[in-house]
Design a protein around this ligand. Structure first.
Ligand code: NPQ
Ligand code: MG
Length: 368
C-alpha cells in the first residue's frame, strides 16, 4: 500500500458522569482520531493519549505535533507500506508510543479492510465474545460508591475495579466486599499513588481476596514493586510500567508483577501488544485488556485483542454507555456480561456518518 493522506480529528466527548482517579477528575474525554487514506482502502486509528499528561507523558497536543511533523511524513515515504512496516519506519523517532499506535492501527485497519480480513482473526483471537469488567472511579462517599457498583453488577459486569488513592482504599474495598459478598471478582487500581513506605498500609487490603492491585508505585519503579510484592499478599499487576515486551519480561523476571494489564496504545500498537501477550504466556503470566476510555474505534480493537488465549482475566472492555451517552460508532452493548468481538473486515466498525469527515485535508508538511 502507499499512504496518500492522513486526517487527524480532535473530538471532545462528554462523559456520562465525572470519572475520578488518583491523578484527577475527568468530565469529558478529548479523543484524537486518525484516518489513513490509501488507494486500496481507508483505515481508522484512535490515539489514547489524554488532553493533559496526567496518566503518562503523552498528551493530545504532543501526539498531534509528532504525527504531523515526523510520523506521518515518515510513513508517506514508504513505497510498500503495510502494518508490519510501520514500527520499523517509525523506530528512529523516540517514544510517543500512543501516537505511533494510532497510526499503526489505521494502517492495519486499511490493510485488513482491503483484504477482507477481521482484526480479531489477524491477531489470533480464539473467542467470539469477551467477559467484561468495569473501572469505578473514586467517589464522594461510600454510599455513592455502593450505588454505582450495584448498577454495574446489575448491568452484568463480571468484574469490578475500584480506583484507589491514600485516604480512599481500605474502607471502600471493605464496604464493597461486605455488600456484594466474596463471589464478586474485585480488584483495585492506584495509578502510581503510593510509595513503598505504604506497604504496611496496603497489606490491610490482603484480607479482601482481591484479584490484584494495579500499579501501586511509580511507572519506573520495578524494583520498588518487586520489594512491595514481598510485603503484601495481593498480587501486583502493572499498567503504566509496561511499555513494551522487553519491559514486560524485565518486570516479570524481577518479580515486580504477577499479572499484566495490556493497553495497545501505551505500548505502541496492537502488534507489540500481541508480542507482550505471547511473552507473558511463555512466562505463565495472565494478562487482561486495559482501557483508556476509548471510543468504539479503539474499543473494537481492544475487544479483538481481549479475545486472544492469554487474556484470561476480564478487562476494562466496558460497554460504550459506561462512559458515553452516544459513541462515535454503533454502541458496544453488554450482553450477559460480555461484548461480542466484531467480525467485519479490519476493525469491523467505523465512525457514524456525522463523525466521518467529508474530504480529508492533507496534514501540513505532508509530502504526498
Ligand atoms: C478505565 C481506566 O481506569 N483506565 C486507566 C486510567 C484512566 C483514567 C481516566 C482517564 C480519563 C481520560 C482518558 C483516559 C483515562 C484513563 C487505567 O486503567 O489506569
Ligand atoms: Mg490502570
Amino acid at each position: 500500500m502507499k499512504l496518500t493522506g492522513v486526517e487527524l480529528r480532535h473530538v471532545r466527548m462528554p462523559l456520562v458522569a465525572p470519572f475520578r482517579t488518583s491523578f484527577g477528575t475527568s468530565t469529558s474525554r478529548d479523543v484524537l482520531l486518525l484516518r489513513a487514506v490509501t488507494a486500496e482502502a481507508e483505515g481508522w486509528g484512535e490515539c489514547v493519549a489524554m488532553a493533559d499528561p496526567l496518566y503518562s507523558s503523552e498528551y493530545i497536543g504532543a501526539a498531534t505535533d509528532v504525527l504531523t511533523r515526523f510520523l506521518v511524513p515518515a510513513l508517506g515515504a514508504v513505497e510498500h507500506l503495510d502494518a508490519n512496516a510501520v514500527g520499523p519506519a517509525l523506530s528512529g523517532y523516540k517514544g510517543h508510543r500512543m501516537a505511533k499506535a494510532a497510526l499503526e492501527l489505521a494502517i492495519l485497519d486499511a490493510e485488513l479492510r482491503a483484504a477482507g480480513r477481521p482484526l480479531a482473526r489477524e491477531l489470533g483471537a480464539v473467542r467470539d465474545r469477551v467477559p467484561c469488567g468495569v473501572s469505578v472511579g473514586i467517589m464522594g462517599s461510600i454510599g455513592e460508591l455502593l450505588d454505582a457498583v450495584a448498577g454495574y453488577v446489575a448491568a452484568g459486569y463480571v468484574r469490578i475495579k475500584l480506583k484507589i488513592e491514600p485516604g480512599w482504599d481500605v474502607e471502600p474495598v471493605r464496604a464493597v466486599r461486605e455488600r456484594f459478598g466474596d463471589g464478586l471478582l474485585l480488584q483495585v487500581d492506584a495509578n502510581t499513588a503510593y510509595a513503598l513506605a505504604d506497604a504496611r498500609h496496603l497489606s490491610r487490603l490482603d484480607p479482601f481476596d482481591l484479584l490484584l492491585i494495579e500499579q501501586p508505585l511509580d511507572e519506573d519503579d520495578l524494583l520498588g514493586h518487586a520489594a512491595l510484592a514481598r510485603l503484601i499478599r495481593t498480587p501486583i499487576c502493572l499498567d503504566e510500567s509496561i511499555t513494551s515486551a522487553r519491559t514486560a519480561v524485565a518486570a516479570i523476571t524481577l518479580g515486580a508483577c504477577e499479572i499484566v494489564n495490556i493497553k495497545a496504545g501505551r505500548v505502541g500498537g496492537y502488534l507489540e501488544a500481541r508480542r507482550i501477550h505471547d511473552a507473558c504466556m511463555a512466562h505463565g503470566v495472565p494478562v487482561w485488556c486495559g482501557g483508556m476510555l476509548e471510543t468504539g474505534i479503539g474499543r473494537a480493537a481492544n475487544v479483538a485483542l481481549a479475545a486472544l488465549p492469554g487474556f484470561t482475566l476480564p478487562g476494562d472492555t466496558s460497554a460504550s454507555d459506561r462512559f458515553y451517552r452516544t459513541d462515535l460508532t454503533a454502541p458496544f452493548v453488554l450482553a450477559d456480561g460480555h461484548l461480542a468481538v466484531p467480525t467485519g473486515p479490519g476493525l469491523g466498525v467505523e465512525p457514524l456518518p456525522d463523525v466521518s469527515p467529508r474530504s480529508p485535508p492533507k496534514l501540513p508538511g505532508y509530502r504526498s
